[in-house]
Design a protein around this ligand. Structure first.
Ligand code: NAD
Length: 499
């Protein structure tokens, strides 16, 4: 590009940023209209690539959270009586609007979260698919009407909406984590209060307006962003009309919310942290394994619950695997995700960048070797180099804890048993990956590995049609697939006198 072209592109993007921010609601969505916080309070949203404030939003108080809960409770009965076809059509219209406004959504995500624009566009596509999938599922959630085995009784089994739900989402996938909950709740006929992450609320605000534009009735979806998460969750969890909480975020916060959910015996879905292993056997196709590791580790700057946190590699192929992966990682261009050709954006905040430094320092102190990266990038924004570590001892923090950033530690093993034991040596159980050309071995590992998700010779497996979720301390419940809809319904059985 010439200097003049670059200047024109910069002006163009600046205009687009201004326009999309002007189109993004900044209030609280309660009972179908956007309003200020009851005490007039606000909080700022930053761009992690520059550290600049890009928007100021209303910050919900306890009273606002209560008002959102009231609106959801009031709307529930009527909403539950709408036909599944009507709900399905709202989701279909929302899907079409997400496609139409995809550029706005992607831009907002890059601005508030930092991921490169191309990845943000990928999330718009993935996030939108939940609307399409649950629009299709909504009309197929059938019950049954059958004779009891002994006769003299008919059994009517129906699926009903659970009722008002509290949905809490994290910052790393600002659109998809919201649509993965909102779409099945709409399909089932549940009303909702959504609390998006404080760091990335803009995408959710914009998407909520899409749901209104698609025809969602007032009170069905209420959105209460807040500087104080507890101000929103505490009054709502204490309200006896709430029937379910669906949370995606860290395991410690999930545990706290589970404790709070016991008082009213709430239905609970928890999508929590991970410490995913990616196992490369000696018989793996190394091209596939390296590409899989790049996708599973580097996508979203490694800020994914499904990230391959530990690369477990058979010692016979470790050297070649590390060489090839190092070459790919060195080629990644770091920078502001709005710019052309950027593959790695900033991490979410200064604290996250500092924690990357601490992970590397700890590993090096214990004897690990830095093959690629390892340092923060100076200047504005919160950047950390894509980092490849080898000779990493098994007790290094980068191996035992969820890293949530662009650091890939390699640990070697000698046998299948050792690989399985290493993979399972974590309190987490969300995503795992195995690379082997021996399909029997791949399926055998599937039997032995304690993870809710397994990618066999592939580094990204999330799909709206598949049940996503973990075991152990990665949580409970599934999102997506037919299972994702069942989470928002409850079963009622009516015994009917034989006519
Ligand atoms: P987090 O737990 O800090 O925050 C998640 C959400 O909970 C945010 O909206 C936050 O404001 C809210 N929150 C925080 N404290 C709260 C409280 N006391 N009461 C109510 N809400 C509260 O997590 P995060 O840093 O936003 O996200 C990263 C974590 O999320 C990682 O551990 C990651 O693995 C996990 N995650 C899991 C999945 C999954 O599907 N399993 C998907 C994405 C992220």
């Amino acid at each position: 590009m010439s200097d003049m072209d670059t200047a024109a592109a910069t002006t163009d993007i600046a205009d687009r940023v201004e326009a999309v921010l002007a189109r993004t609601p900044t209030g609280l969505l309660i009972g179908g209209s956007w309003r200020d916080a009851s005490d007039g309070g606000t909080f700022d949203v930053e761009n992690p690539a520059t550290g600049e404030v890009i928007a100021t939003l209303a910050s919900a108080t306890r009273a606002d959270a209560q008002a959102a809960m009231d609106a959801a409770a009031q709307a529930q009965e009527r909403w539950a009586r709408t036909s599944s076809r009507a709900r399905s059509e709202i989701l279909s219209r929302a899907f079409a609007l997400v496609r139409e406004r995809a550029d706005d959504l992607a831009l907002l995500m890059t601005l508030e979260m930092g991921k490169p624009l191309a990845e943000a566009a990928g999330e718009v596509k993935y996030g939108g698919e939940f609307l399409r999938w649950f629009a299709e599922e909504a009309v197929r959630d059938n019950g049954r009407y059958v004779d009891a085995p002994e006769g003299h009784l008919r059994m009517l089994v129906t699926r009903k909406p659970v009722g008002p739900c509290l949905l809490i989402t994290p910052w790393n996938f600002p659109l998809a984590m919201a649509t993965r909950k909102i779409a099945p709740a709409v399909a089932a006929g549940c009303t909702m209060v959504l609390k998006p992450a404080r760091l990335t609320p803009l995408t959710a605000q914009y998407f909520a307006q899409i749901m209104i534009d698609a025809g969602l009735p007032p009170g069905v979806l209420n959105v209460v962003a807040s500087a104080s998460a507890a101000s929103v969750s505490e009054p709502i969890l204490a309200d006896p009309r709430l029937r379910k909480i669906s949370f995606t975020g860290s395991t410690p916060v999930g545990k706290d919310l589970m404790r709070s959910a016991t008082d009213n015996v709430l239905r609970t879905s928890m999508e929590l942290g991970g410490n995913g292993p990616l196992i490369v056997f000696e018989d793996a196709d190394l091209d596939k394994a390296v590409s899989g590791a790049m996708a599973a580790k580097m996508r979203n700057m490694g800020e994914a619950c499904t990230a391959a946190n530990r690369l477990l590699v058979h010692e016979d192929v470790a050297e070649e695997f590390v060489d090839r992966l190092a070459e790919r990682m060195r080629a990644l261009k770091i920078g502001n995700g709005l710019e052309e050709g950027i593959a790695v954006g900033p991490v979410i905040e200064a604290k996250a960048r500092d924690s990357m430094e601490a992970f590397v320092a700890d590993a090096v102190e214990r004897g690990a070797r830095v093959v690629v990266g390892g340092r923060r990038v100076d200047g504005p924004g919160y950047f950390f180099e894509p980092t490849l570590l080898t000779d990493v001892p098994r007790d290094a923090r980068a191996v035992t804890e969820e890293v949530f950033g662009p650091i890939a530690p390699v640990v070697t093993f000698r046998s299948e048993d050792e690989a399985v034991a290493l993979a399972n040596a974590t309190e987490y159980g969300l995503a795992s990956y195995v690379f082997t050309e021996n399909i029997s071995r791949g399926l055998r590992i599937g039997d032995r590995i304690e993870f809710g998700l397994l990618g066999l010779n592939v580094g990204v497996i999330s799909n709206a049609a598949a049940p996503f979720g973990g075991v152990k301390q990665s949580g409970m419940g599934r999102e997506g697939g037919a299972e994702g809809l069942a989470e928002y319904t409850t079963t009622q059985y009516i015994g009917v006198e034989d006519p």
